[in-house]
Structures are given as structure tokens and as C-alpha cells.
Design a protein around this ligand. Sequence first.
Ligand SMILES: C[S@@+](CC[C@H](N)C(=O)[O-])C[C@H]1O[C@@H](n2cnc3c(N)ncnc32)[C@H](O)[C@@H]1O
Length: 641
Amino acid sequence: MKSLQRQGCYKLHQITKFITGNIIGHPYLLIKAKKSTRIINHCLSEVSIRTVSTASIHHRKYVTVLLSAIQGTKYSNGHRGWLFKQSVKLFSTDTMCENQSDVKELSKLWTKKFEEIGVSEPQTSAELIIAHALGKKMMHEVPTEYTVDLSTNLVIQELCQRRLQRVPVQYIIGEWDFHDLVLKMKEPVFIPRPETEELADFVCDYIRSNNLQNGKFLDIGCGSGAISLHVLNSFKTITGVAIDKHNHACDLTKENARNLGLNKRLNVYQIDIFQKDTVEKLQEYLPFDVVISNPPYIPTLDIDNLEPEVERNYWTVLLSTIQGTKYSDGHRGWLNKQSVKLLSTGTLFENQSDVKELSKLWTKKFEEEGVSEPQTSAELIIAHALGKKMLHEVSPECTVDLSTNLVIQELCQRRLQRVPVQYVIGEWDFHDLVLKMKEPVFIPRPETEELADFVCDYIKSKNLQNGKFLDIGCGSGAISLHILNSFKTITGVAIDKHNHACDLTKENARNLELNKQLNVHQIDIFQKDTVAKLQEYLPFDVVISNPPYIPTLDIDNLEPEVERYESRDALNGGKDGLDVVRQILYLAPQFLSVGGQIWLEVYLDEPEMIKELVKENKSIKYLTTLKDFTKRDRFCVLQVQ
Ligand SMILES: C[S@@+](CC[C@H](N)C(=O)[O-])C[C@H]1O[C@@H](n2cnc3c(N)ncnc32)[C@H](O)[C@@H]1O
């Protein structure tokens, strides 16, 4: 520490002292540190805390640190709980284009930025991202008078930052068109190319001309399911089997099939056609009428000889020179005339096929790069790539082939960029439910499992098993889905300000087959028509919320997050942290009948502030405060009277 003081880092010295002395017992500690990430890392290393992001280094400005000193995990093996015992997040300050609320201007600014950095298709990228953040597909669908509020602006910024890192726009917006179907896109599943639309068309012509409309097809290497789904969508009586070597592709094909209501006619299997039992596995469907495939077809030598990427010497670049787009407006077509996809070739640990050794190597790499929870990160990612939840589920004799190794590498690279492992593996546990996780939707924390438990106890004790609840700020749907999973006759309404959260809640509800009990609506509770929009469900028996509750000052001074983190709207609670809470309390008497309860998760001294807030309130009574597992006052129970 002394050397830092000599460097004029007295402030950081103070911060380190403060962290050391105060971190235990504080759920969130926000610090603004006017030094580079490297120096902050140095400070933090003194107290065994690591930054979760260092990508801000290229900004070299003011980096701020959000320390969430969440203690340990009480979860048994098999439950992934909260990863970061003491997680540290970095935000960047001068938020690019933050004051620009005019959609067109914002689009111009981002186009310029993309151009400067050499991002391909700069204008299309900017327009698609902005349209997406505004809940539209194409920019021309956004009304010209539309203005972008700060929080949407931050979402746009988060997404554009990913584009600046050359993430294909299809992964960023999470969907892409294949003919007239909109398919979900997820890294690292192959993004369908326009030539493949032509292949699918030729196949459809063949099916029609040979009267195979009641037949059966096999799609080998289905990826996102594009070919299969186009064929199924073209012929209402045809059936198909789609296979892929990778679980992530099969999962995405299934998800796309479900979303498009085509799943009843499609069977999807994880099959590597080099496995000896391939024919046996497909026996029940044989014979097929047609086999379709857009297989991997680039000669290995062409991949091996490519230049290593500038930043990381083990990355190489595969240029796929796909020409132009033949599509009309409204169809997003193929974005990149010359798209650059990053593949890894002479890659890290490519020859290591032993799972345990690979896990050790990645753990070491993470440690070296200062990634928090290095071992857990490595194990979760490797297990995930092998189609398992935890590494101990992978049999010790399992060996990792080259392509799986490359998938592991792609995912680990994201972790090296400090993307939370929950977003990297795309899922996380909430109690015994496995929920899909997608950036920038809030990752549920273990305290919230406690809130959900308390609410379930309350429901049981008041015999509300046939009742109705409202979950305000549902995020990934964690609280609602736990309650619905606990009581088979209860129904719920989950609302969130953001479409991305509502979409994820719906997806999680569907995956867990809890969607019949849950209605999800995109509602910002500050909108005047909130009660009107929920009219058909009123009154609720209980209102639950884990609202954004961090005071703005703690957040506003922060740089926007450079990497890919959670939505700022999930954190920012206004000046004193209670803006959203106040609005919930204002609305609660209109949502609940007399005696109905409000259960809130809050932060630090907020329970006392809330108590004060309702002191004079004739319609709401403060009942009690409950503690979280670190013995801090975190949950407020109030009642409408
Ligand atoms: C802390 S997160 C909680 C997410 C989820 N309930 C959980 O516990 O994992 C808060 C959520 O509130 C949503 N939110 C913020 N302001 C809101 C508003 N005015 N109206 C509705 N939802 C809001 C955010 O988008 C975010 O998803």
C-alpha cells in the first residue's frame, strides 16, 4: 500500500482501508476511484477481491467499483447458488451519447462510433440495435417523435459495446430472420446465412414437386433449426427430425420450434453423426424421404492458416465473404457483406482432452487474469459445454473432442472478458428451478430466494394457495416462478418495465410449464395507466417486489458498465433508493384489498426509512422487518388497512 501512496493514490489507499474495515456487513458498497482498473485491481488484491471487468482499461478514465459483499453460499452441491462471494463490478462513467434522446441522432452517433472502430455494416448495426432496444425490429418502425430515455439509452450502450467488440449483431439482438421466420439466436450457435434460405427453398420445391408434403425429413446439423423450421412452416403436414452434435444447437432449435408453434412436428436430438450408434438412434424414424444438411464445410487448412487476431495471439479470424443482401425492407437479411467470425485455431489447451486437466488449466488462466471464482467459473463452463450442470456429473472417463474444446474456449473467453458466468452459460438456479439468464436481465441473488421463501410461508399460513399475486419488476421471473412451482393452484401476474425481462420471464415460465398460471405484462409502474392495465386481475392477495433500490448517487457517478452487465434499471432506486418502493406503496392500496400484504426486498437502512415513510399513511401499515442469511435487515412486510 505504501507504494501506492507514493504514486499519489492516497484516495485508493483510503478505499482499500475502507474495504478492509467495512466490507463485511455491507451488501453494496459503491466507490468512485479516479484511477485505472489496474491500480484498482492492485488495491483490491490487497483485500482478496477481484474486479469482474477490466475491459474498461481502454477507456482509461474513471473507473468505479461496485462491490457487492454477498456472503458465502448456503447451497448444497448441485445448486449453483450465487457465484461471487464478494463480487466486484466495474462501470464506466462518461456514458457515450447519454444525453442524446433523439433516435435519429443517436443512431448517427453510434454509426459514427462503429465506423471509427472499423465495425462492419456500421449503420445497419446501429439501427438494428437501437430498434431492438425500443422493442421494434427495424428502425423505420420507430416513430420519429420517439425520444430515448436514459435507461433505454444505457441498454443501447450496453448492446453497442458488444458490437464494438465485434459480437455479431444477431447475437446481440438475440434474433434473426430466416425467410419470414424470426428465430432466436444464441452464441455460439451458427447464424443462418442467406444461401441457406435458398437451399431451404430448393428443398421445398423438391418436396412439392414430389408430393412429399406428408413425408419425413432429416436435417443434419440443425444449428438454430432454420432449415427444418422453414420446411415445417411451408408444409403443414410434413414432419422432421433435426439433429446436431451440440446441445446448445439442439436447445435453440427446440426453443425456436416452440416459439413458432412447430414443435409438435419436429423431433430434435443431440447426435454426433460420427458416433457409431447414429443409425440406431434414428431407427424409429427410418426411412426418411429427404436428408438436408448445411454441414461445416471449410477445409481445416484454410482455418489453420489464418492470421492470429491482433489482441489475443491465440485467436484467428475466419472471413466469410458473403455478398450483399437480396432482401427487401422489413427483412433483416444478412448483415455483413464481409463478416468476420472469430474462431480459435492454434488455441489454448486445444490438445487437452482430459476434463479434469482442462478444468485445472482454465482455472489457472482465470486466476492469472484475475477473474473472480476461477475454479467455479471453469467448472461450470466446462460442465455446460458437455451438456451437464456441474462438473461432478461428467464421468471421469469423458474426453473432450476438439470442437467441444473450441466451444469451451469461446465461453471461457467471454468469462475472461468478465461476463458473469450466469450469462456465459445462459442459465442459473433459483431454488430448485433452472432459469435461463440473458443479458441485461438481472441475475437473481440468493437473498431473493429467501424473500420468495418468506412469501411462500405467508401464502401457506393464510391459505392463499388459490389466490393471486403480483410480482413487480419480475426480471427473469425468479420470484413468480418459485411461488407458482410451490403452489399448483395459485396464479400470478409478473410485470417489468423492460421487454427483455418480460420476454425472459415468459420463456422461463414456458420452459418450466408454469406459463398457464402466469400472465406477464410490460408495464412501467410510473405510467399513469398502470392500475387500468391490471384492472382485470384486481384485487391481488399479495404484492411482492425486489425493486431497484440502490440510491442514484451511488450509481449516477459510475461509468456505465463497459462489459455486459445487468440492466441499470434493475439497480437504480432514485435519489434515496426508494423511488420505485414509494410508487409501489402508492399503488398497493389500489392493487390489494384490506389486509393484503406487500413484501419487499430492500437495502441497508431502507427498512427504517420505509417505516418512517408510511408512519402517517392511513392506508398502509408497516408490519415487520426480516433479516437475510447474513443477519441484515432486508425484507419489509407491509399491509393495506
Ligand atoms: C432488482 S431487479 C429484480 C428482478 C427479479 N425480481 C429478481 O429478484 O431477480 C428489479 C427489476 O425491476 C424492474 N423495474 C425497474 N423499474 C421498474 C418500473 N418502474 N416498473 C416496473 N419494473 C421496473 C427492472 O427492469 C428489473 O427487472
